[in-house]
Design a protein around this ligand. Structure first.
Ligand code: URA
Length: 209
C-alpha cells in the first residue's frame, strides 16, 4: 500500500485555514496555493535519493551530497492543479511539466479527459501529480491511469484538501501511489464538493465566479 502522509506542519495548517475562508480573494488565494505547494513540496521531496560528490571549497575539498536518481516531472490536473506548479518548481527547477485536462461530468461525476501532454521522456521520470482537491477521486484515478499508460515511474500525489472517500478510491485502484495531503475533511456533498472544503478551487484561484 502506498503511504498516506498528512502534512500537519503549523504553517501548512495556518495557510489552509486562510484558504478556506470565503473572504479570501483570488489574489491572496493564489499566493496561498503557491506557498502551500512549496511547503508541501519540501515534505514530498524528503526521500529523494542523494549521491556523494566532491567540491572544492575556498578552504579544502568537501565530500558533499546532491540529488541523484530518476528525474522528475510535475503534472498538474487542469485547471486548479496549475496553481501548485510554480511552488513545486521553485524547489525542483529542473523538473519538466506535463498537463492533464479532465473535467467532471456534473451528472455522473465521472472524469472525462480533454487534454494530455506529458514530457516525451516521461517513462524515465518519477512524477509528482498535483491537484488541490481530492474529492471523489475519479479524475485523479483517471489521471493516474494515464500516467501509468505512458510508463511513468513512481508517482506521488499531492493534494491540499482530501475527502476520505477519495483517498479510499486511490488506495484501492492505485495502491502503489504515495499520497500527501494537508488535511482530510469530513465528507462530500451531493454535488461532489468537499465539506467543509474551500469551494471550487479553480473558480477561486482564477476568479471565475
Ligand atoms: N473540486 C473542487 O474544486 N472543490 C471540491 O470541493 C471538490 C472538487
Amino acid at each position: 500500500m502506498g503511504k498516506l502522509t498528512v502534512i500537519d506542519h503549523p504553517l501548512v495548517q495556518h495557510k489552509i485555514s486562510l484558504l478556506r475562508d470565503e473572504q479570501t480573494g483570488s489574489k491572496e488565494f493564489r499566493e496561498l496555493v503557491g506557498e502551500l505547494a512549496m511547503l508541501m513540496g519540501y515534505e514530498v521531496t524528503r526521500d529523494l535519493p542523494l549521491k556523494e560528490i566532491e567540491v572544492q571549497t575556498p578552504v579544502s575539498m568537501a565530500k558533499t551530497k546532491v540529488i541523484a536518481g530518476k528525474k522528475l516531472a510535475i503534472v498538474p490536473i487542469l485547471r486548479a492543479g496549475l496553481g501548485m506548479v510554480d511552488g513545486m518548481l521553485k524547489l525542483i527547477p529542473a523538473a519538466k511539466v506535463g498537463h492533464i485536462g479532465l473535467y467532471r461530468d456534473p451528472d455522473s461525476l465521472e472524469a472525462v479527459q480533454y487534454y494530455c501532454k506529458l514530457p516525451s521522456d516521461s517513462s524515465e521520470r518519477d512524477v509528482i501529480l498535483v491537484d488541490p482537491m481530492l474529492a471523489t477521486g475519479n479524475s485523479i484515478a483517471a489521471a493516474l491511469d494515464l500516467l501509468k499508460d505512458k510508463g511513468c515511474g513512481h508517482i506521488k500525489l499531492v493534494c491540499l484538501i482530501a475527502a476520505q472517500q477519495g483517498i479510499d478510491l486511490i488506495q484501492k485502484n492505485h495502491p502503489d501511489v504515495d499520497i500527501f495531503v494537508a488535511v482530510i475533511d469530513d465528507h462530500l456533498n451531493e454535488h461532489g464538493y468537499i465539506v467543509p472544503g474551500l469551494g471550487d478551487a479553480g473558480d477561486r484561484y482564477f476568479g471565475t465566479k
